[in-house]
Write a protein that binds this ligand. Structure first.
Ligand code: BGC
Length: 768
């Protein structure tokens, strides 16, 4: 560049900087703890690095184009290789497999001046090759050990495939089933979501990040991505400070406390401030208040997208804003690698900020053991030996059946009788070996799941004939991550065969719901009803044979009011992963008594969303007399959901005693014991998740009508009773108050214990 051009560019940059929104100053750069050997190594290395090499560490590329977002303009593979050779790339994503990751690592290790190993990242969301239930589904197990275990296995397989770092767990709370990415998180509840976040971080990272079977975790998307207006992906978020602190941030805090090595920021703005440009989130809350010493990666292109938001004048300006705000690594915007050095040279971005980011990135590379052996994860023999091992498949099956939620079972149609003469297995998803793998399936091989049909065939008795008919395809055309799903709305040519099968069978198992590519990133919908011809198919079958067991496979809550009014049995089976068919058959035939509970409310109709159990009561929460109009309600639909948060049936029944309290009052020094006795009042052994909720009746900011504060899973034989005791401490009653602090406010509370968020026993106490 000619000097005059450089001068003009610098002046323009300074004007832009002066006109751009103010970014609060960063937290004091991290002061390394002297006695920690890793910190000393980080400092020594940092001192050797040129500015360009430092910024190189903050630069991340995808190994192939158009993977999960548009590739930046001007990008080409040759240039990428050049930059790898010159130490100008700190991390790659979407390169995987022991051989490929070794190749790319070699480029850096054999050519770059300082030989700083690459960090290889990948979206290992619910399995790497062995696929487990989608995270929303798996959360329905309410089984934290299980979730830690499946993350552990995913890490083991991914690490054997050369991956160092997963972009998971996704800990975004979401109350809006229209949002396609609700499938990736733990649902609508902050308390449950926080426990799940910690369990998954521990699973991925194990107890030693440098072991060759652990990967660094990444809590994403920081923050509020799940609160996109109208559930439309990437859309504006405009929420209160209290919603941010009380509802959205706690799972991130839990992930940080569990030791998550990294965070990913989010595409959305919050109240006018894009997350990638938010010093409040990244520097003040995360790095300062929470003492987080790992690094923050941007989401794909999210730094550059601040131009689209109208928050940065151009990509260069975006680089300045993001670097000041504490986005440490730039995923695919090419903003840092092209522009950041100029901002440092003209003293707009102090080099100390770059040092802080690089220190964080190097720290994680050291903790992963990459400086000891950059190829320690690339072992083809190990990769072959451990991936898809039978032991992993057993866990996938167990995780699958524990994630299933029994929504309805009229007349005990389930479990199916093994001596049934003919069972018809029908529906667009009945023989599908791909949909159960779900979206975000990493290296899960297409069509590798056990289908429902295969599961039923394997589980049915020798004298049972299984009839199969698809009825109607759910979609037409190619089904992939990147293409929109085209729903079949007209081809009913398979109906006749399906009806014939239904006529002959004693019972019909009808598999409907969503294709795996109907939920996930960019897959938001405005209609939550069953798509295409599915309701019509159900209605025609139901006319002929009333014994219909509906198996729903879906990545989000669906609005199935009509279906639920008719079908005698409904089994919520999400997208359950590699062993889906066997897991569902275990439940259908009673080999496993369903125990899952919904981690998210199911609306009656789409117009009810966002719908969630921990709503605020409003000033007009119920009618004061019959036929009242002027209270908070819809005129055409009750306020309640079709199936509430925490709901799930069993093949047995549980009865709850009234609540017994250890006292009527509690203090910070004297916690409260809350007990109920739960009895298995049915005929089968079963597992119940006993749920504890509280309500703070008066707050300095209004409080939800109920908040989950504890749960216990118990297994009871028929007739058996167990006393279940919860302890409520003052800490459990804390929230982010009007004083902008986490504290418990004195006063009256209600406590509820029950089988789901709507069916509870109730008592009251006072916090003194
Ligand atoms: C998603 C992230 C993901 C990244 C890398 C983005 O589009 O929002 O969740 O980790 O791509 O694949």
């Amino acid at each position: 560049m000619k000097p005059t051009h450089l001068f003009i560019t610098t002046v323009i940059a300074m004007i832009i900087a002066a006109c751009s929104p103010k970014v609060s100053p960063p937290a004091a750069p991290d002061v390394p703890a002297k006695e920690d050997p890793i910190e000393a190594k980080v400092e020594a290395l940092l001192r050797k690095m040129t500015l360009e090499e430092k910024i190189g560490q903050m630069n991340q590329y995808s190994g192939f184009w158009e993977a999960t977002g548009p590739a930046p303009k001007g990008g080409n593979q040759e240039r990428q290789y050049d930059q790898l050779r010159n130490g100008l790339v700190g991390s790659m994503l979407n390169v995987n497999g022991a051989a490929a990751t070794r190749e790319v690592q070699k480029i850096v290790m054999e050519n770059s001046r300082l030989k700083i190993p690459l960090l290889i990242g990948y979206d290992v969301i619910h399995g790497y090759k062995t696929m487990f239930p989608i995270p929303l589904g798996e959360t329905a197990s309410w089984d934290l050990n299980l979730m830690e275990q499946t993350a552990r296995i995913a890490a083991t397989e991914a690490a054997a495939g050369g991956v160092h770092w997963t972009f998971a767990p996704m800990v975004d709370i979401s109350r809006d089933a229209r949002w396609g990415r609700i499938m990736e998180g733990a649902g609508e509840d902050t308390y449950l979501g926080s426990l799940v976040a910690a369990a998954r971080v521990k699973g991925f990272q194990g107890s030693d990040l440098s072991a060759n079977n652990t990967v660094a975790a990444c809590a994403k998307h920081f923050a509020a991505y799940g609160f996109a207006e109208s559930g439309r992906d990437y859309n504006t978020v405009d929420i209160s400070e209290h919603t941010l602190h009380n509802i959205i941030l706690p799972p991130f805090k839990a992930a940080a406390d569990a030791g998550a090595a990294t965070f990913m920021n989010s595409f959305n703005e919050i109240g006018g401030l894009p997350s990638s440009g938010s010093a409040l989130l990244q520097r003040d809350i995360l790095k300062k208040d929470w003492n987080f010493d790992g690094f923050v990666v941007s989401d794909w292109g999210s730094i550059g997208e601040m131009v689209g938001h109208g928050f940065a004048a151009d990509t260069s300006d975006a680089a300045r804003i993001a670097a000041l705000a504490g986005s440490d690594m730039d995923m695919e915007s090419r903003a840092y690698i092209v522009h950041l050095a100029n901002w440092v040279k003209n003293k707009t971005v102090p080099e100390a900020y770059v040092d802080d980011a690089v220190r964080r990135i190097l720290r994680i590379k050291f903790r992963l053991g990459l400086f000891d052996d950059p190829y320690r994860y690339c072992d083809e023999e190990r990769e072959k030996r451990i991936t898809l091992s039978p032991a992993f498949m057993d866990v996938a099956r167990d995780a699958g059946r524990k994630s299933i939620v029994l929504l309805k079972n009229e007349g005990n149609l389930l479990p199916l009788k093994t001596e049934a003469k003919r069972i018809a297995v029908i529906g667009p998803l009945a023989a599908d070996k791909d949909a159960p793998l779900g979206n975000w399936r990493a290296q899960g091989m297409a069509n590798s799941a056990v289908s429902l049909l295969e599961g039923v065939q394997a589980a049915a008795g020798p004298n049972t004939e299984i009839l199969y008919a698809q009825g109607a395809a759910l979609s037409v055309g190619l089904r992939t991550f990147l293409l929109p799903t085209t729903i079949n709305t007209s081809d009913k040519s398979g109906f006749a065969e399906a009806l014939a099968a239904a006529r002959k069978a004693e019972v019909v198992v009808l598999a409907i719901g969503e294709d795996c590519w109907q939920s996930g990133e960019g897959r938001s919908v405005a209609n939550l009803e069953l798509s295409g011809l599915q309701m019509e198919l159900f209605n025609e079958i139901y006319r002929i044979n009333k014994n219909v067991v509906v198996v729903l496979m879906n990545g989000r809550p669906l609005a199935i009011q009509e279906l639920a009014g008719k079908a005698p049995a409904i089994v919520e089976a999400w997208h359950l992963g590699s062993q889906a068919g066997h897991a569902i058959a275990d439940v259908l035939f009673g080999k496993y008594n369903p125990s899952g509970k919904l981690p998210v409310s199911f609306p009656r109709v789409t117009g009810q969303v966002p719908i969630y159990y921990n709503y605020k009561s409003t000033g007009r929460s119920y009618p004061s007399k019959p036929n009242e109009v002027t209270w908070s309600h819809h005129n055409d639909v009750p306020n309640s959901p079709l199936f509430p948060f925490g709901f799930g049936l069993s093949y047995t029944t549980f009865s709850y005693s009234d609540i017994a309290l250890s006292a009527k009052e509690m203090t910070a020094a004297a916690p409260l014991q809350v007990s109920v006795t739960v009895t298995n009042s049915g005929k089968a052994a079963g597992t119940e998740t006993v749920q504890l909720y509280v309500q703070d009746l008066v707050g300095s900011v209004t409080r939800p009508v109920k908040e989950l504060k504890g749960f216990q899973k118990i297994t009871l034989a028929p007739g058996e009773s167990k006393k279940v005791t919860f302890t409520i401490t003052a800490k459990d009653l804390e929230f982010y108050t009007a004083a902008r602090k986490w504290e418990a406010e004195r006063g009256a509370f209600k406590v509820f214990v029950g089988t789901n968020s709507a069916e509870v026993k109730e008592a009251g106490f006072v916090l003194k």
